[in-house]
Design a protein around this ligand. Structure first.
Ligand SMILES: O=C(O)CC[C@@H](O)C(=O)O
Ligand SMILES: [Zn+2]
Length: 472
């Protein structure tokens, strides 16, 4: 069969709206959120699980490689095709049904193509929300396939912790539909198969529906920017806050001065909250929240936070030098602008690392001290989720830096960072953005051989067809 006949056959399965082949129609699907611009053979946009199954079955039977794509907001080239023009994209963007809320069970059964913002705005009147907080606005299937964490992991955990069930289409000849869509909170009946599809970058199957845990939405919150008395004291500050606040503490995010300045430069409407506009070397965003409305006579959360901070500040060994309690929306706007700000401050080479919480600041200090000896004129613009050990170790070089013309430059830089992070600090090379083409080599390097063998075996029995932007 010729390629044109494949296109005709897929159109027959999906209808005109369900298959894009024009260059301008496909452009947005071919371009990733950060680095990549691939070339797709087509974009299939199934509207149901059955259409997804028929598409996948057809492609597997005809040897056509597929890359599942959700909101295409990922940062590791996990949802875009390579440059061969031979891979088709399976977009989840029309998989927006069902949308079934179970108020008593506190769960929602939703299509994998529902956007996070749509999910939460539709839930607004119910008093519930899906508690994964991100700056980007992904679709649910991609959030599950990458197991995103976000800024409130500290309180609510990651997507894995909030996923009860899935419906998945396997890339086998039949396009088998696996109904793993249990909405039971307790279900101990053998292998928990849904876990195979969470955080595995869409290589084992395509998620078409999900059942998610919902949480009572916060009714009050208070947010502050904290300046630690030194970078070494960040862990002591975290422990002091957790000791005083327990599970009221819902975010403890770290932001380097460089990342904050990049965000302020990129988004002029952001207010610089620091005295005299002087951005400190390192700042913590701390949030406390409650899912109950303020009760009469109860201390407002701003006051609770101020009291706790004052007590920490008065300690003899105070890990806190300064604090600004301010309007949450302003402080969060600054936090959520970091990613784009850093991206626009030069040529970005990004890492999504994870450590034991106490190792984050020693790792950053080590890199700051050693960077100039290894690589000159590289600015560290890190930020991340100190409360859960995640660090977006973003490096920026000037856009016209001549070293960028040498492919070995970025490769050597990545190599060095991963060697220190994984081998010296016993961290992980992927915290919450999963593995796409960008991290393939490091998956291959840092995954023990036996584990790679087992993963490849699972891939063969679930989805033997060519599926996903990474290889297990
Ligand atoms: O841009 C990044 O490196 C991270 C994006 C996102 O995970 C965040 O924490 O804001
Ligand atoms: Zn993050």
């Amino acid at each position: 069969m010729t390629e044109a006949s494949h296109i005709e056959a897929l159109k027959g399965l999906l209808g005109e709206k369900g298959l894009l082949t024009g260059a301008s129609d496909m452009a947005a699907y071919e371009t990733g959120a950060r680095y990549d611009k691939g070339r797709a053979a087509f974009v299939a946009r199934p509207a149901t699980t059955e259409e997804t199954s028929a598409t996948v079955s057809y492609c597997v039977r005809n040897g056509i490689a597929l890359v599942p794509q959700s909101g295409n907001t990922g940062l590791v080239s996990g949802s875009t095709p390579d440059s061969s023009g031979r891979q088709g994209i399976v977009s989840l963007d029309r998989l927006t049904a069902p949308f079934d809320l179970d108020r008593v069970n506190r769960t929602i059964k939703a299509g994998a193509g529902v956007r996070l913002s749509d999910l939460n705005s539709k839930l607004e009147d119910t008093g519930l929300f899906f508690p994964i907080d991100l700056g980007a606005d992904p679709r649910l299937g991609g959030m599950i396939a990458t197991n995103t964490g976000g800024s409130r992991f500290l309180r609510y955990g990651d997507v894995r912790r909030n996923t009860l069930g899935l419906t998945v289409v396997l890339a086998d000849e039949a396009g088998t539909v696996l109904d793993l869509s249990s909405d039971l909170r307790k279900n101990n009946t053998g292998v928990d198969w849904k876990q195979l599809f969470i955080g595995t970058s869409g290589a084992f199957g395509i998620i078409t529906e999900c059942v998610l845990n919902l949480e009572p939405a916060p009714k009050q919150s208070a947010t502050a920017l904290l300046v630690p008395s030194s970078n070494e004291q960040v862990s002591a500050l975290l422990v002091a806050m957790e000791d005083a606040l327990g599970s009221y503490l819902s975010a403890f995010e770290g932001m380097s001065g460089n990342a904050v300045r990049a965000a302020l430069d990129h988004v002029p409407s952001l207010r610089n909250p620091f005295q005299g506009g002087i951005v400190p070397d390192f700042v913590i965003l701390a949030e406390i929240s409650r899912s109950t409305p303020p009760r009469e006579g109860e201390q407002p959360l701003d006051a609770v936070l101020e009291e706790v901070l004052a007590a920490i500040w008065e300690r003899e060994d105070a890990p806190l030098a300064d604090a600004f309690v301010g309007p949450p929306h302003e402080i969060w706007a600054l936090r959520h602008a970091l990613s784009e700000g850093v991206k626009h401050s030069g040529r970005l080479i990004a890492f999504d690392l994870s450590f034991r919480r106490g190792d984050i600041m020693p790792f950053l200090a080590h890199m700051k001290a050693d960077m100039p000896d290894h690589f000159e004129d590289v600015t560290i613009c890190d930020f991340g989720h100190i409360g859960d050990g995640g660090v977006h170790f973003n490096l920026v070089v000037a856009k016209d830096d001549p070293r960028l013309a040498d492919p070995d430059f970025e490769a050597d830089l990545r190599d060095w960072v991963f060697t220190v992070a994984v081998e010296q600090f016993d961290g992980s090379f992927s915290a919450e953005h999963a593995i796409g083409r960008k991290n393939q080599a490091f998956y291959d390097r840092y995954t023990p051989e036996k584990i790679r063998e087992l993963a490849a075996g699972l891939k063969i029995i679930t989805s033997p067809g060519p599926l996903g932007a990474m290889t297990f």
